[in-house]
Write a protein that binds this ligand. Structure first.
Ligand code: ADP
Ligand code: MG
Length: 580
């Protein structure tokens, strides 16, 4: 896969100065630490081997110098740790905002396919690991590269053959690390998908908790959850196994290197080409060379986790919204509300069959039409093509004679108000939910909208009136009350075109009649398409359109259609029988 380096590094840009100063600081700290063993060597080899009467005062001076170096080292490390993490966290937060913003732009077809929990996992876990890579990555490379190269150069000058002996191990070590990197990368990717599945399962079960409990099916949910949880556990077990091989493998290399140095070094001492002080220095510096290799395992893990996180981030960022503005999109003003379908054909992505085929239909400005027909005929689908929730596969949909694809999306969707059967309200107060229809509305306008929607009285009876919290998704309200809030929301939006999709189907008779009244008052003077299951509710429509699997089979007024004795009369008599 082609890795988008440019994009990857672009997130450093706002923090470049701070980040570079962190790297410089890490560099200085590493150089300082390299000096310590040299000072020890100076003491053991030169000072203590020379004139002992002056040696002690020299050692004091060196001790003082060491204290200064310790201070530099610790202050530097403090800065690197603290500010480094901060830079990482800021980059992570930038990316999280960008990802969320992008997700808001993606179309219905994307959300039809994706699981919410998986998406949440990408926004939280993945980016957390990525921020670790962003700051620790370059920092660690600077730190350990300086130590490794520094130690190598110093050791080489102390004793070249011993240094080369150590280096003979490196090619094997590198092959070993590369092999396990690949293995771990796969394992970590699988972990991320599995934790995403766990999240998705939790999201699904908890959102549907009312259904779960009403069926007393907690055990099914627990079973489903445990299945995902166990799959995640299995995946982690495999990862830990690979990690255990990896860490212990590297550890073995380190031990072999140390043994080699001790034995080969002793032989060199016996051959008088090395002295004891040098061997001690060698062993001290060995840790400088080994530490980077040891860290290599950790660094490569961090690298893998960060990179897979970034790849998962980019998978979403690379998705283009299926529905977006055309160049030169038209912004509407003064909409009359004429809607026309011209030879419209539509199929859902990944589906085989067309839902609508060559459908033509024209709704006059201000007309009140009803759409009826068997469930699954495509009524909801037809209406969702007007605000471009989906685009037609073939043919066109026009608003005021303009192809909806040529209209600015924001402007198009502001023109159309949709009231659905399953109302979605947001956690918050009544006022906040109504204001959703027009964020700039003032309190008087909100109250007026609530009054139009027959919602004012019940709102005033809530404990805190308009400031009452309605609970998550409006759980504290009845179905009819939720529906009236959603109608108030559309009143405030004040769109010239309305779609009521089974808006009263879920309500009892009493709430239905109140909601119907609000809907009718909303519909005044606007083009309205009503999808209704109960035919009794649409008898007064100016025109009734019957949609079946064969397309539009009939249209006309209630009386005309009954007289025709066709599909509508059939549907009607079936419902009538059912009701008596
Ligand atoms: P109606 O509103 O008349 O009951 P719909 O428009 O909801 O019918 O559905 C029409 C057909 O399209 C049905 O066969 C349904 O299964 C299918 N369908 C609806 N929504 C989707 C979707 N998001 N993805 C795939 N198929 C869908
Ligand atoms: Mg429907």
């Amino acid at each position: 896969m082609h890795f988008p380096f440019k994009k990857f590094f672009s997130y450093y840009k706002p923090y470049l100065t701070l980040f570079l100063s962190i790297l410089v600081c890490a560099f200085i700290v590493s150089v300082v630490t390299l000096v310590f063993p040299l000072l020890v060597r100076y003491i053991t080899k030169d000072v203590l081997a020379g004139d002992l009467s002056t040696a002690l005062s020299k050692v004091y001076w060196i001790g003082g110098l060491m204290l200064v170096l310790v201070a530099i080292q610790n202050i530097g490390n403090f800065f690197v740790d603290y500010k480094g993490h901060e830079v990482g966290a800021r980059m992570e937060s930038d990316m999280r905002s960008e990802l969320f913003e992008h997700m808001q732009k993606l179309s219905f077809s994307f959300y039809d396919k994706e699981k919410t929990g998986q998406l949440m996992s990408r926004i939280t876990n993945d980016l957390l690991l990525l921020s670790e890579l962003y700051h620790h990555g370059p920092e660690d490379y600077v730190k350990y590269l300086v130590r490794f190269i520094g130690a190598f150069v110093i050791l080489y000058f102390i004793n070249a053959p011993l240094t080369i002996a150590v280096f003979c191990f490196l090619p094997f070590l590198i092959v070993f690390v590369l092999y396990f990197n690949k293995l771990l990368n796969k394992a970590l990717r699988r972990n991320k998908e599995r934790i995403g599945d766990v999240n998705a399962q939790v999201e699904d079960s908890l959102s549907g908790i009312r259904v779960v409990k009403s069926f007393a099916n907690e055990f099914i949910e627990i079973e489903k959850f445990n299945r995902e949880n166990n799959r995640f556990l299995d995946s982690r077990k495999k990862t830990y196994k690979a990690e255990a091989y990896f860490f212990n493998g590297v550890e073995t290399f380190i031990q072999l290197i140390t043994i080699t140095v001790v034995i080969f070094g002793s032989a060199l001492i016996a051959g008088k080409t090395l002295d004891l002080a040098d061997l001690i220095t060698f062993l001290l510096y060995i840790s400088f060379m080994i530490e980077p290799i040891q860290r290599l395992t950790h660094m490569s893990m961090q690298f893998q986790e960060g990179i897979t996180g970034f790849q998962r981030f980019m998978e979403i960022m690379n998705l283009m919204p299926a529905i977006k503005n055309n160049l030169n999109a038209i912004t509407l003003n003064d909409v009359h509300g004429e809607i026309e379908f011209k030879q419209a054909t539509f199929r859902y992505e990944d589906q085989l069959d067309n839902v609508l085929v060559n459908l033509s239909l024209r709704v006059q400005p201000g007309e009140y039409v009803a759409l009826v027909g068997p469930s699954g005929a495509g009524k909801t689908t037809l209406c969702s093509l007007i605000p471009r929730f989906y685009d037609v596969t073939d043919g066109e949909v026009l608003l005021d004679g303009i192809n909806v694809r040529d209209i600015d999306l924001q402007s198009l969707r502001k023109t159309i108000g949709v009231v659905q059967q399953d109302v979605y309200l947001f956690t918050g107060t009544v006022t906040e939910n109504i204001r959703y229809g027009n964020p700039s509305a003032n309190d008087e306008e909100i109250i007026a909208a609530a009054k139009h929607a027959n919602a004012h009285d019940f709102i005033m009876n809530l404990p805190n009136g308009y400031n009452s919290e309605i609970g998550q998704r409006g759980v504290k309200l009845s179905g009819g009350q939720k529906q009236r809030l959603s109608i108030a929301r559309v009143f405030l939006k004040n769109p010239p075109v309305l779609i009521f999709d089974e808006a009263t189907s879920a309500l009892d008779n009493e709430s239905e009649s109140i909601v119907k009244e609000s809907l009718e008052s909303l519909a005044k003077g606007r083009t309205t398409i009503v999808i209704a299951h109960r035919l009794s509710t649409i008898r007064n429509a100016e025109r009734i359109i019957v949609l079946t699997e064969d397309g539009i089979v009939e249209q006309g007024t209630h009386t005309a259609l009954l007289a025709r004795d066709g599909a509508y009369a059939h549907l009607y008599s079936k419902q009538f029988e059912f009701q008596v």
